[in-house]
Write a protein that binds this ligand. Structure first.
Ligand SMILES: Cc1cc2nc3c(=O)[nH]c(=O)nc-3n(C[C@H](O)[C@H](O)[C@H](O)COP(=O)(O)OP(=O)(O)OC[C@H]3O[C@@H](n4cnc5c(N)ncnc54)[C@H](O)[C@@H]3O)c2cc1C
Length: 493
């Protein structure tokens, strides 16, 4: 919108080799981004603004553009990204200074740049989210279009196919997803959250859209608050309040990386340094990545994630807990693999969560999930396991969460010989959990751990008293009707 104030405006999307070659990038991310750009290009063209797509390092592309058509202002949003994009931003800042270009960065969510500590953070988040939406109206004073070759494909970028069935990309899909959730799908949200079966449609599925910016956090927040205020259904309002809280978590977790970029690589609690570094078992890692650990719920979740690019929170936490505690794998390696699998990969949330579920933040309760208990609780009929681990299709339900308990005759009847058709468990569940607990609790008792916990809490912990629960705060100004996404028939795909 700010670009409308300038004569000769041009929009540009840069496909950076640093992104494509970063170890957290997957061709699924690239395909999703290109589909979003394609829709955006058509939408901007209708308003007279050409969207250039260029390949190359950002500074090189800007310098070339400056030669083709001198410009004086660069507009972008603020990015809280991985190390490579942080380095890129610093290079751009230096280039702009030397080229006499003014760079205006706009806030895009509730993350606050240059924050000293978290006091008052929640109130500032609320104020930003309640501020009026910026609606694009009218046309641009656009520059004469430059050469616009067609968008690249994965093949032309030299990327391999990802083999996933991805959610639909682009702003229209994001708005459909939002409206179907706040009006219909949100009803059972709180109950649907934990099981991978119900979460598939019962969660909002907005995460890739928030990660790729096809919808703003403020739009989602305001549509949710409006639905809470307007619905006569107490159940829906209650469910949506739970959802509204998670929108704040999104920015709360992002703020951590913004404030301490090193947590992409380094433990929040330095007392955890050395805990897992020397214990990396490649065979365990490969079995976990392939969904062949011998624990059906772990394997079903991993295979489902690899096929769809999405998994619900509880099952993500279980996958990481299993890798970090049962298999004692370092979160950086498992985190890179998961980053490539999650279509919604958002570095700041991802690395904070990887550390939280691995016990290295120093401040959060240690949560170790038993995969057999999770199977019984979240997939009691075995539907999810049978769908994603077909080797176990005929295993009787009482054995499905723990097939190693089948004696040889049951294995034969079920057509599933352990060690042949399906792996034996990599480790013993109870023994592995006990060993992990002993190590983690012993570490947490040390004076260094306790001193560091206080420091991490001070820097990154939420100030609970300052968090107004959604719905109990003063009423924000109602958004205009045109700002609320209209209902659509389909769900989110
Ligand atoms: C190890 C691990 C890694 C994760 N990595 C990512 C990631 O890269 N990107 C990502 O968006 N989420 C991540 N999450 C958080 C969460 O699992 C996803 O946000 C959620 O599953 C996305 O589905 P949804 O949009 O349907 O969620 P909903 O339940 O509908 O939630 C709505 C939105 O709230 C935010 N949200 C929900 N739960 C959390 C949470 N625990 N922490 C922070 N924000 C949250 C997300 O923006 C989400 O889109 C991770 C969780 C774990 C345990």
């Amino acid at each position: 919108m700010a670009a409308q104030a300038y004569a000769d405006a041009l929009a540009i999307f840069v496909i950076e080799p640093e992104w494509l070659s970063s170890p957290d990038c997957d061709s699924g991310h690239v395909e999703f981004a290109l589909a979003c750009v394609s829709e955006l290009r058509a939408a901007l063209a209708e308003r007279g603004l050409p969207l250039l797509v260029r390949m190359g390092s950002a500074v090189a592309v800007l310098a070339q553009l400056q030669n083709e058509r001198a410009f004086t202002h660069l507009l972008s949003h603020e990015e809280t990204g991985a190390a490579w994009s942080y380095a890129r931003d610093q290079q751009i800042a230096r280039w702009c200074k030397s080229a006499g270009v003014q760079w205006h960065e706009f806030q895009q969510n509730g993350v606050i740049r240059g924050l000293r500590n978290r006091t008052g953070w929640a109130q500032r988040w609320q104020a930003r989210m309640d501020a009026p939406l910026h609606l694009l109206e009218g046309a641009f004073c656009a520059a004469v279009p430059l050469d616009q070759p067609p968008l690249p494909t994965l093949a032309s970028l030299g990327l391999s196919p990802h083999g996933k069935t991805l959610q639909a990309a682009g702003e229209r899909a994001a708005r459909r997803t939002l409206s179907s959730f706040v009006q219909v799908r949100g009803y059972g949200y709180r109950k649907a959250l934990s099981s991978p079966l119900s979460a598939e449609t019962g969660c909002s599925r907005l995460s890739p859209h928030l990660a790729f910016g096809t919808i703003s956090m403020r739009t989602v927040h305001q549509a949710t608050e409006l639905a809470i205020r307007n619905t006569p259904e107490r159940e829906l309002a209650y469910a949506l309040r739970g959802f509204a809280g998670r929108l704040r978590w999104h920015c709360h977790f992002m703020q951590k990386l913004e404030d301490e970029p090193s947590v992409e690589f380094r433990n929040f609690a330095r007392v955890c340094d050395g805990l897992r570094e020397d214990a990396f078992n490649t065979d365990y890692f490969e079995a976990w990545c392939a969904g062949r650990t011998g624990y059906p719920m772990v394997d079903a979740c991993m295979r489902s994630l690899r096929a769809t690019g999405w998994l619900n929170f509880r099952m993500r936490a279980m996958l990481v807990s299993f890798a970090s505690y049962h298999l004692w794998l370092h979160w950086r390696h498992t985190g890179l693999f998961l980053a490539r699998q999650f279509l919604d990969y958002e570095p700041a949330i991802h690395w904070s969560q990887m550390q939280m579920q691995s016990g290295t933040t120093g401040i959060n309760t240690l949560r170790m999930y038993s995969p057999t208990k999770q199977a019984q609780d979240q997939d009691p009929q075995g539907l999810f396991i049978r769908r994603w681990v077909p080797e176990l299709a005929k295993v009787p339900l009482p054995y499905l969460a723990a097939p190693w308990k089948m004696d040889p005759s049951v294995q034969r009847m079920a057509g599933c010989i352990l060690g042949h058709d399906y792996p034996k468990p990599l480790v013993d569940d109870k023994a592995a959990m006990r060993a992990a607990k002993d190590r983690m609790y012993a570490l947490r008792k040390t004076p260094q751990a306790q001193t560091e916990a206080a420091q991490v809490q001070d820097r990154h912990g939420s100030r609970k008293s300052g968090l107004p629960a959604s719905g109990r705060k003063p009423k924000p100004q109602a958004p205009r009707a045109s700002e609320i996404p209209s209902p659509q028939g389909d769900l989110f795909l």
